[in-house]
Unconditional design. Structure first.
Length: 251
């Protein structure tokens, strides 16, 4: 079997997943976009968190051309990406009880804000406690996860619950347990993960919905322009100044 055929199979799998989330998660996407629009309109701040590769989707909506300027990354040292050495430390930290509480205590999150938590499995202590503690603070939580994991794996949190159990809105990425779309008789393990593709698309659909809801209410969405187009820096400077008290990645 040629590499090109495998590439085609992966694209087919990814497109199939995107079609599923488009059709099956439409209501939840609208709810999530509306929740973020409500937060912006009421003066709240927006944050996104993901650990490991789930952080890629969180980073994709922060300081992004065409994206909402108010989306801030809630970073947890050691779990944001594979730049930590050894990379396995990040996975270990996701399972540490109490880490989420320490992070939130030192973060700018407050009642009235909204937090997007991305965790493919939703089973580790960090995302579960992050959602629980954030809601206790009066923060609205949007969870992006694969609901399949809750049916096929055991929670690693003492409560036995998953991220999906502690959210105001849940977006199901439909990713199968194990996050590998392809198999081959001559390869001993499944391969070709699609969670980043699908999760990123899900969140960009939510961001688009948020912009549309704000516009429908007569509120200019606080969007960023590319710094590589004429006038982009000037546009962004205006947005940064207008919303300086709700943007934390410039401090």
């Amino acid at each position: 079997m040629s590499d090109r055929t495998l590439a085609g199979q992966f694209f087919d799998a990814a497109i199939g997943l995107l079609q599923r989330v488009r059709e099956e998660e439409a209501e939840s996407i609208t709810a999530a976009g509306t929740l973020l629009a409500d937060t912006v309109a009421s003066g709240g701040r927006l944050f996104a968190f993901g650990a490991g590769h789930s952080s890629l989707a969180a980073q994709d909506v922060v300081y992004r051309a065409g994206g909402l300027a108010l989306m801030n990354l809630l970073a947890v040292p050691g779990v944001v990406g594979v730049d930590v050495m050894p990379a396995t430390l990040g996975s270990a930290l996701e399972r540490v009880d109490g880490l989420a509480a320490a992070v939130l205590d030192s973060s700018p999150l407050r009642s009235g804000d909204a937090l997007v938590i991305i965790s493919l499995s939703g089973r580790n202590a960090l995302p579960v406690e992050m959602a629980m503690n954030a809601r206790a603070l009066g923060v609205k939580v949007i969870g992006v996860t694969s609901v399949a994991y809750a049916a096929e794996t055991k929670s690693r949190h003492v409560s036995g619950t998953y991220l999906r159990d502690h959210c105001d809105v849940v977006l199901d990425s439909k990713i199968a347990t194990g996050d590998a779309e392809l198999t081959l008789d001559t390869v001993p393990a499944p391969f070709a993960p699609a969670s980043t593709v699908v999760t990123t698309a899900l969140l960009q659909a939510v961001m688009a919905t948020t912009a549309g809801v704000l516009a429908d209410r007569g509120i200019e969405p606080p969007l960023l322009r590319s710094g590589n187009v004429d006038g982009g820096h000037e546009w962004n400077g205006r947005i940064f100044e207008q919303y300086a008290d709700r943007i934390f990645y410039r401090r």
